[in-house]
Design a protein around this ligand. Structure first.
Ligand SMILES: *Cc1c(COP(=O)(O)O)cnc(C)c1O
Length: 465
């Protein structure tokens, strides 16, 4: 955040806005780190993304709409590919996947992670080389596994003893030797600025290293002729900003990697360190450059391998959010504005928009913070402390908990929320029979709907009366 861009909130907001939120000097200005790289405002305060004015775009596709900045997505994908040169970079499709995005991922030289038959279907439809697909999940069905093995998926990340037998059976029946990785839990849980090195392994994912289950899982994989153990897989959390959690996890995972080499005689060729790279949702967040993260993570792994006398395995990572998150914003139309008196004499301006928890569940699910801006005009009115809320029958239906918006915010205005690309559309629901919004890709002044808006016919198609 550039010094001087924000001033301290005036007294009457003290205690009613979070400590990190500052009343902006210019409420019309974009905070660049929150937005995709082509986002800008013109002299009339109109937001442009991908060379298109948002009000013009909305005139065609209506609101709410997710606007996906193709150049930004591709450049973030390339930043991981080039920053983590020598690694395999798997884009985590669960963050957001559609046919167009799967194609961009392949074109930019990334591999792709899927975790369901639906995601695999989209990937294959997009023409993704199956050898470059990783398959996750703690309860893949026999049908899903058969389809994945049959398609030639490059690696299946096994997550339970049951699954090891299931994959081995399927591979044997299909007459192939399937590459697998063993998902382990290292007792490290990382989120934002903290990590817990003694985290309970009381969770559904992975085999615990400390209990010995992870070694046992590796032993069982090695015992199957139809399976090839490629390596260990560890994913420690999400929205992580520094590498200290990876350091502890890498040490524990590499110790197991060494033990497998020594006791099973299997030198594992690969190691996957998972995803979880953080992005800026608000001015609280300060994400690191992928190249810097790569340098630090590589140093951690090579140092630990040297200490253990190991050859450095081929490394892979799985960023999702950090590639697609900032590449999308959501555009809403304001429907109503309401002043609500707060204790202490301040007021909060409740701005209701035409979407909400059905298109972004993260504020309700994770108490996630977002920011927003007036996207359709400039304003010279003093900013007010606003809460942007959705239209659903749920008081937790919040879009942006705290943000300063121009005091004359009014019905018909467009509001854009940056950073909604990850876990927005992909976790969207039909709550209240909402029709899920379209994803509109923009680039060089042209818009292309890559996921269309749902229709009432889509809703009724499954309701057979
Ligand atoms: C969710 C997940 C990812 C991606 O996480 P991001 O926070 O989006 O980077 C990667 N790997 C695994 C195993 C995951 O579960």
């Amino acid at each position: 955040m550039a010094a001087g861009m924000h001033r301290v909130p005036p007294g009457d907001y003290a205690g009613t806005s979070p400590h990190w939120l500052r009343e902006p000097v210019d409420v019309d200005a974009l905070v660049p780190v929150l937005w995709s790289s082509t986002a800008r405002k013109d002299d009339d305060g109109v937001l442009h993304v991908g060379g298109l004015a948002i009000p013009d775009l909305v005139a065609d596709v209506n609101t709410p709409a997710y606007v996906l900045d193709e150049d930004d997505f591709r450049s973030r994908a390339r930043a991981f590919r080039d920053g983590f040169a020598g690694y395999d970079v798997y884009y985590a499709g669960k963050a957001f996947l559609c046919t167009a995005v799967a194609r961009w991922v392949a074109e930019e030289g990334l591999c792709l992670d899927v975790c369901s038959d639906g995601e695999l279907t989209v990937a294959l439809r997009a023409g993704t080389d199956p050898a470059r697909i990783g398959y996750h999940g703690n309860n893949k069905t026999a049908m899903e596994l058969r389809r994945a093995v049959d398609a030639g998926v490059g690696r299946i990340i096994v997550d339970s003893f049951h699954e090891i037998e299931r994959v081995a059976d399927v591979a044997r029946q299909l007459g192939v030797r399937q590459s697998v990785m063993v998902r382990v839990t290292a007792g490290v849980e990382a989120h934002t600025h903290e990590f817990i090195a003694t985290a309970h392994e009381d969770q559904k994912f992975g085999f615990s290293i400390s209990s010995g289950d992870a070694f046992e899982a590796a032993s069982r994989v090695v015992a199957h002729d139809s399976l090839e153990l490629r390596g260990l897989h560890s994913h420690i959390g999400s929205q992580i900003f520094d590498t200290s959690g990876w350091e502890v996890a890498a040490r524990r995972v590499l110790a197991l990697h060494a033990r497998i080499g020594a006791e099973l005689g299997t030198v594992l060729p690969e190691l996957d360190l998972g995803g979880g790279f953080g992005i800026a949702y608000t001015t609280q967040d300060d994400p690191a450059d992928p190249a810097l993260l790569a340098e630090q993570i590589t140093k951690i792994v090579t140092g630990e391998c040297a200490a253990l006398g190991l050859d450095v395995p081929h490394l892979s990572i799985e960023p999702g959010r950090a590639i697609v998150g900032p590449a999308m914003c959501t555009v809403y139309t304001v429907g109503t504005v309401k002043q609500v008196a707060l204790d202490g004499g301040a007021t909060r301006t409740y701005v209701s928009v035409d979407g909400g928890m059905s298109d972004n569940i993260r504020p309700a699910l994770y108490d996630a913070d977002y920011s927003c801006t007036l996207a359709s005009r400039a304003s010279s009115t003093e900013p007010v402390l606003a809460r942007v809320v959705g239209k659903h029958c749920e008081s937790g239906d919040i879009v942006v908990k705290d943000e300063f918006l121009p005091g004359d915010i009014a019905p018909g205005d467009l509001v854009a929320v940056p950073g909604t690309g990850a876990y927005g559309r992909s976790m969207a629901s039909n709550y209240n029979h909402a029709l899920r919004p379209p994803v509109v890709a923009v680039k060089d002044g042209a818009a292309r709907v890559v996921v269309r808006r749902e229709t009432v016919d889509d809703l009724l198609a499954t309701d057979i009366g």
